[in-house]
Design a binder for this molecule. Structure first.
Ligand SMILES: [Zn+2]
Length: 406
């Protein structure tokens, strides 16, 4: 690319970022914000308008009574498809370019059925959503997807995911890009949940925060300096497989003593069963006589009903998670820890135990301004974050260059 093309793309990107961040504004204000001469905006704005990314529909009163037209991002220039695959659920949504969710669907699934079947279902869900909206797939500018395992973000492949048999090295990104004829982006589910929380929840404006997902698996999405920190290979925040002192429970990853094996959903249910067998959890015991299955949320309900064994299991879960969180808090000094995921639905007893353990074991300076709260955007954190991830890429300098060249 010639130097002047690169400069033009840079200015187009800066215009888009300013409009996303600050909303519609006049050409004069935009030029002032970007520190350029207003005349220099004419060409990049013409290119962005021709591509449909911006328009100037509004009339606003300016000083002196004349009406100034406002440049704004064209929310309907295209659409984003977002998919959040969990161990047991599949959620999909279609958004506009201002990330309003226009349509969404959810289905129960079993991720262990493998990538071909799961991605086929995800693709069908997105096509059905587009059809509901009267849109054809060629209106999609990008697809974002979260999956419950480690992802090589650049390649868009899962890497040895413990709870996703059959998915190792599967080219999810390429598969989705081919299915929809547009760029696709894939990350692990907790990173996209952190992005969703940052866009619409408690993480708005937070420079450094951690989103902890407590579900079948356990993981943390780390936002540092306003951006997701993925580490050098994409597995930063994989706290589910940190070792817990004194535990010899076998984890699905093959190691023993992982946090997830004890404090993930199945681990909580298993410990509650053991408490019932040992005679310490009478309500859990009678529940098990009437039901084949026991989930972590059931254990939470039984704890809320006063079962002493269930209460102890939930408190111990909070202590285990809290100790690992305390280490992260000491290292990263975030201002906020957000707790989400299915197990977080257990509620206040669990949250209180996590808080207690974090505050007890973290350095006073690290917790002076620390808040620990439940997610404000669940159950939509995942799909919202997948849409944020895809839109950020579509409207990045490289993404815009690709669109404007097409
Ligand atoms: Zn493990």
């Amino acid at each position: 690319m010639a130097a002047h093309d690169r400069a033009a793309t840079g200015l187009q990107h800066a215009i888009i970022q300013t409009l996303r961040r600050e909303g519609p504004q006049s050409r004069a204000d935009l030029a002032r914000r970007l520190g350029v001469n207003r005349n220099n905006l004419a060409d990049p704005l013409a290119a962005l308008t021709a591509a449909g990314f911006v328009h100037e529909p509004n009339l606003a009163a300016s000083t002196g009574g004349r009406k100034a037209r406002l440049v704004e991002l064209n929310a309907r220039a295209g659409f984003i498809a977002a998919v959040d695959l969990g161990a047991t659920s599949l959620d999909a949504a279609v958004t506009d370019l201002q990330l309003h969710i226009l349509a969404e669907r959810s289905e129960p699934v079993d991720v262990a059925q493998g990538p071909t079947l799961m991605l086929e279902r995800a693709t069908q869900m997105v096509r059905a959503l587009l059809a509901d909206l009267g849109l054809t797939p060629d209106r999609l500018l990008g697809v974002g997807m979260g999956v419950p395992g480690p992802v090589d973000y650049r390649l868009g492949r899962t890497v040895s995911p413990p709870i996703m048999p059959g998915w190792n090295q599967f080219p999810i990104k390429d598969h989705l890009a081919e299915a929809f004829g547009c760029p696709a982006y894939v990350d692990n589910d907790v990173n996209i949940m952190a992005l969703g929380e940052q866009f619409a929840g408690l993480g708005r404006g937070a420079e450094s925060f951690i989103f902890v997902k407590l579900g079948t698996g356990i993981g943390a999405g780390i936002v540092l300096g306003g951006r997701i920190y993925r580490g050098s290979d994409g597995c930063a925040g994989d706290i589910g497989h940190m070792a817990v002192d004194g535990s010899d429970v076998l984890c699905r990853c093959g190691n023993v003593g992982c946090l997830e094996a004890l404090a993930g959903g199945p681990g909580i249910a298993r410990r509650a069963r053991l408490a019932a067998e040992a005679g310490r959890a009478p309500r859990v015991a009678s529940f098990l006589q009437e039901h084949d299955e026991l989930t972590s949320v059931d254990v939470g309900h039984l704890a809320a009903q006063g079962d002493p064994g269930a209460v102890e299991v939930i408190r111990e879960t909070g202590r285990l998670v809290g100790r690992v969180m305390a280490s992260l808090v000491n290292v990263l000094n975030p201002s906020l820890v957000v707790i989400g995921g299915g197990v977080a639905q257990i509620g206040d007893v669990l949250l209180a135990s996590i808080r207690e353990a974090v505050y007890r074991r973290s350095l006073p300076l690290a917790t002076r301004h620390l808040r620990i709260e439940r997610s404000a955007v669940e159950p939509r954190a995942g799909v919202l974050g997948a849409a944020v991830m895809a839109l950020d890429e579509v409207l990045s300098a490289e993404g815009l260059e690709r669109s404007l060249r097409a």
